[in-house]
Design a protein around this ligand. Structure first.
Ligand code: EPZ
Length: 433
């Protein structure tokens, strides 16, 4: 599938942010921890929730989505083995905890690296082993068992991985005794998952300095929860509002407290915004100016924001720098932007001051962007990953002329009904199946 985009149109109006993909998919897995029904409101209907539905149904859940509400009910676990699903995402590894808690064994597919780096799961597996899981693997599956049940432990993560923190929370809420996770990730989506778990009967405390305390309980019950708005959608739409002089985009449901670092970065490049009760409006009065950005774990500048933000830097006067410290290989999409007229050079040296795991290695994880460069449409944009695809799309909307973006299934994984919502802002975008 592809999008045909005629760029250069002024975008104005309101666009509503849906529920967070990276909370919704995990909450579907959380629902497997109880034999009662869980109801998730503000639920996004996107590719990744469809893949996770397939996974939950395979395990034994009844799942329905309608009008932004998902209902999930897993009275019994029918299969402890998650077979290879028809499509891939990073979610199956999180099913280990619920399956070990409910039936003492689990098998989930091994996911290889993808286009944004190797993305290993060693921190997940180390932590689960400290909770008492025995884990082996072959080329296609991880096999885990905990014949005597999982037991609380004190675990220090060597990096505050989002997925590993979630995996360990899910595995320890029903474990025997107390678990302490040091150096945990504290992203807003994780806090929202904790709110859902607390409603279900879990005991989870937050300490200072990235520590999470969990007292295992015997049983969890069903709950109803409203999923927080998607910060990544909010930033993508904010960048649309800032990309073009004359644009003015109200991002309905954008939440200031979850976007503090992004809003500071917008102000530094000369972008404007107005915080309102029900959202944030983005626009620009004057030209944009160059800046420096380093991605980091929360509360830093999120790695999923660098791609749409980089498009703004191609339109800014001066030389900008981005140092990506979360993933080792997340600038591949800049090749196509250079073909559109951008001037971006990628380097393996750290061009920043944050501690970085990629120092002294050959990973292309820093970029220098010289601007402003007018962009022109090209017909060879190929979506590499979700956020890179969104950057190409924003680039195509800014560019003069026609662009063709191939492989938009990847964009559909994270953005519901995107073309219809962008058309309502005045974008000229057509989906070709
Ligand atoms: C989540 O991925 C998100 N995905 C990502 O969003 C997001 O970019 C990322 O968190 C960081 O915020 C989902 O929530 C589904 P990590 P996750 O574990 O959990 C390394 C999007 O487009 N690492 O925090 O996989 C890893 O390789 C996606 O919505 C290990 O080395 O992220 C990476 O370099 C893209 N060993 C870094 O840590 C491990 O065991 C951060 O990964 C785990 C991770």
């Amino acid at each position: 599938m592809r999008f045909i985009v005629h760029g250069g149109k002024v975008l104005k109006g309101e666009i509503e942010v849906k529920g967070s993909k990276n909370a919704a998919t995990k909450m579907m897995i959380v629902s497997l921890l109880t034999d009662e029904e869980c109801v998730l409101e503000n639920f996004p209907s996107i590719g990744d929730t469809d893949i996770t539905k397939e996974l939950c149904e395979h395990i034994g859940a009844t799942v329905s989505f309608a009008h932004g509400v998902a209902r999930l009910h897993t009275p019994t676990i029918k299969s402890h083995q998650v077979t290879q699903l028809t499509r891939r995402n990073r979610i199956p590894i999180l099913a280990l905890g619920p399956l070990l808690s409910r039936v003492g064994k689990a098998a989930v597919p091994v996911l290889g690296g993808d286009k944004i780096g190797a993305r290993p799961v060693d921190i997940h597996l180390d932590g689960l082993q400290q909770l008492g899981a025995e884990i082996t693997h072959d080329d296609t599956f991880f096999y885990a068992s905990a014949p005597n049940g999982l037991k609380g432990a004190t675990i220090t993560l060597r990096y505050p991985s989002v997925g590993a923190t979630e995996n360990l929370i899910l595995a320890s809420v029903l474990a025997k005794g107390r678990t302490v996770i040091h150096n945990a990730a504290v992203e807003p989506e994780i806090m929202d998952i904790i709110l859902l778990l607390q409603k279900m009967g879990a005991i989870i405390g937050l300490g200072s300095d990235r520590t999470i305390y969990i007292e295992g309980v015997e049983k969890l019950h069903g709950a109803r929860h409203r999923i927080l708005p998607d910060r990544n959608e909010a930033v993508s739409f904010a960048c649309l509002g800032l990309a073009f002089p004359g644009n003015e985009v109200k991002v309905k449901n954008a939440v200031q407290k979850d976007l503090i670092t992004f809003l500071n970065a917008v102000r530094k490049i000369g972008g404007e915004y107005r915080i309102e009760d029900d959202g944030i409006t983005f626009y620009r009065k004057n030209g944009l100016v160059a800046s420096e950005v380093e991605t980091d774990t929360h509360p830093g500048f999120m790695t999923d924001w660098q791609q749409p933000f980089l498009i703004l830097l191609t339109q800014a006067v001066g030389t900008s720098v981005i140092h990506e410290t979360v993933y080792e290989d997340r600038f591949g999409y800049t090749e196509e932007l250079n073909a559109m007229g951008a001037n971006i050079a990628v380097f393996s040296k750290c061009l920043g001051e944050l501690p970085c795991r990629y120092t002294g290695q050959a990973h292309p994880h820093s970029a220098i962007i010289a601007g402003p460069t007018p962009l022109r449409g090209i017909d060879t944009l190929k979506v590499r990953d979700l956020r890179a695809g969104m950057a190409h799309l924003i680039g195509a909307l800014v560019a003069e002329g026609e662009s063709v973006i191939e492989g938009i299934e990847e964009i559909d994984r994270g953005y519901e009904d995107l073309d219809a919502r962008l058309k309502a802002l005045g974008a000229d975008i057509t989906r070709i199946d």
